[in-house]
Design a protein around this ligand. Structure first.
Ligand code: ATP
Ligand code: MG
Length: 283
């Protein structure tokens, strides 16, 4: 039993939380498309009849609500520093999923200490089991909150562009997750790829360097093309998969979302729990 498994056993996990699939959309470098991918994926899974919660885990600089054109009254900020209940903040989006919004421009949300992070994770633990799928839209980088969210997910989907800087930052994130959180499995998604070949070559570059230093596996989820329909949808504050369902981005994301759903049920994955992170976050 490795350290991560011991923590999971110590923390305990309920039957109900096992059925929830937690997907973290994350990246080393900023601006690579996480929020668009997360919101569109949430829309696609909702359209399949799944109950989906998108958590805006980019705390302090949140924008998932803007992407979906949703007015927000309360945010995680009000839960952490006010008397709002988590459920009071939920917004039903036009994408058919619930959004747990965060605040934007609130520095203290970026600087939560270990105790506050643990409190947050404990509260999230209480509500996620109501959903089939929970998607995190994380902040970029290797901050402790990003690592905590990623560590609590069944699927860590690392998004990168097919360029050296984004790939180097993706590798840095994977390395830190592997060394500090003992994570062994990652999924790579190349966004704004010039071609399928472009994405595949980036994947090979990343796996070559990762295999050399770390005992981990990286699955290639696929590539999303550069597509002007994404910006068009952002400007209209709608999901690309709803506004332009036949666009290259939407069609590619449908394939990727289906692929991700189909490869979910590794036994280790089912033991993942936010409670794991509660312990880690406090250490
Ligand atoms: N496949 C794509 N084709 C064209 N434009 C895209 C594509 N994906 C994302 N974009 C554009 O890239 C920009 C950044 O996207 P997004 O905000 O989703 O990135 P992010 O990774 O969430 O950023 P941050 O790290 O700041 O949270 C947006 O302007 C978006 O419209
Ligand atoms: Mg974002």
């Amino acid at each position: 039993m490795d350290q991560a498994d011991r923590l999971r056993t110590l923390a305990g996990f309920s039957e109900s939380s096992r059925k929830t699939r937690i997907i973290s959309i994350t990246s080393g470098k900023g601006g690579v498309g996480k929020s668009n991918i997360a919101a569109n994926m949430a829309t696609l899974y909702s359209a399949k009849g799944l109950k989906v919660l998108l958590i805006d885990a980019d705390m302090g600089l949140a924008n998932a609500n803007l992407l979906m054109g949703c007015r927000v009254d309360k945010t995680l900020d009000d839960v952490m520093f006010g008397d709002a209940k988590l459920q009071d903040t939920f917004v039903r989006t036009p994408g058919g999923f619930d959004l747990l919004p965060s605040s934007s421009g609130v520095r203290k949300m970026l600087e939560l200490d270990a105790f506050a992070q643990r409190t947050l994770m404990d509260r999230l633990q209480e509500i996620i089991h109501e959903y089939d799928i929970v998607i995190y839209d994380t902040a970029p980088g290797i901050g402790s909150m990003v690592l905590n969210f990623n560590a609590s997910a069944h699927d860590i989907v690392v998004v990168a562009h097919a360029e050296p800087t984004a790939l180097a930052d993706a590798y840095a994130l994977i390395k830190v997750m592997a060394l500090e959180r003992k994570e062994k499995k990652f999924r790579l998604l190349i966004n704004r790829a010039q071609s399928a070949q472009d994405g595949l070559e980036s994947f090979k570059r990343l796996t070559d360097v990762s295999a050399e230093f770390l005992n981990i596996s990286i699955d290639f989820l696929g590539s999303l093309p550069e597509d002007p329909c994404v910006l068009k949808a952002v400007r209209q504050q709608r999901a690309t998969v709803q506004l332009s369902p036949r666009s290259p981005f939407a069609l590619a994301l449908v394939r990727i979302a289906d692929k991700l759903l189909a490869c979910s049920h590794a036994p280790k994955d089912q033991n993942k729990s936010l409670a794991t992170v509660s312990l880690r976050g406090a250490s």
